[in-house]
Ligand binder design. Sequence first.
Ligand SMILES: Nc1ncnc2c1ncn2[C@@H]1O[C@H](COP(=O)(O)OP(=O)(O)OP(=O)(O)O)[C@@H](O)[C@H]1O
Ligand SMILES: [Mg+2]
Length: 258
Amino acid sequence: MIVLDGVAKTFRANDGSAVPALAKLSLSFRPGEFVALVGPSGCGKSTMLRLVAGLIPPTAGDISIEGSRVTEARSDTAMVFQAPTLLPWADVLTNVVFPLRIMGRYTPESEDKARELLALVGLAGFEKKSPRELSGGMQQRAAICRALLIEPRVLLMDEPFGALDALTREEMSLELLRIWSARPMTVLFVTHSISEAVLLADRVVVMSPRPGRIAEIIDVPLPRPRSFEQEGLHEFQDCAQRIRSLIFGNGGRRSGIA
Ligand SMILES: Nc1ncnc2c1ncn2[C@@H]1O[C@H](COP(=O)(O)OP(=O)(O)OP(=O)(O)O)[C@@H](O)[C@H]1O
Ligand SMILES: [Mg+2]
């Protein structure tokens, strides 16, 4: 359904030099699939999401979603950025319904659905607050609600839980899985956490250092529904260890990544 065909991206740095962020890569994602992207900092994970979102054009190759070429942002695709990006002049509720208004899809029920989502992520009572009155993690949760409210067919999440404390992160992971299992959408999820990737994904795309290439694509052999208890299973441990050794080499014993 999402196809990247020979996609490469080279940026131009301020000094005019070329920065190859993604080497030519070809891969596809199945409809409804949950895919995690992991790899060292700077290997092009955010770049890949921005390309699929249609926010930047590839230097070479083509990206298509359901057979149509991605040339601009699409109304069926939502993105959660690495840092929360709420409009500072609007309250939380207005922020969450903003994309629906822009798309002309706002209905009287939109606000009810937005309130439900905010309650689901622990933000009930914060609807009329300004983003600056919220912590970074709370802002990120509001940004996740904003992405989910449009009921996207493709959900692109760039380290969405990076700013959350460990407990909230676990709760949000399970909530995301619940929402995803209730409604078909393809999720591309960037994370620095190997265990988060294994817990959430059907497949984990492991990328190598810049310019990003695909080191390997790993199938996660765990049944659904997933739960944190599965972290104790040897299938889980083997899978995480395989990813770790692909990223770090030498048996994956180097530390620095969760
Ligand atoms: N707009 C830009 N102009 C120039 N170089 C850029 C631009 N955006 C990204 N890059 C470069 O492209 C490479 C890939 O960046 P990208 O943000 O995709 O990495 P990443 O895998 O998401 O890293 P991290 O895990 O730290 O978020 C980096 O070397 C970065 O410096
Ligand atoms: Mg990034």
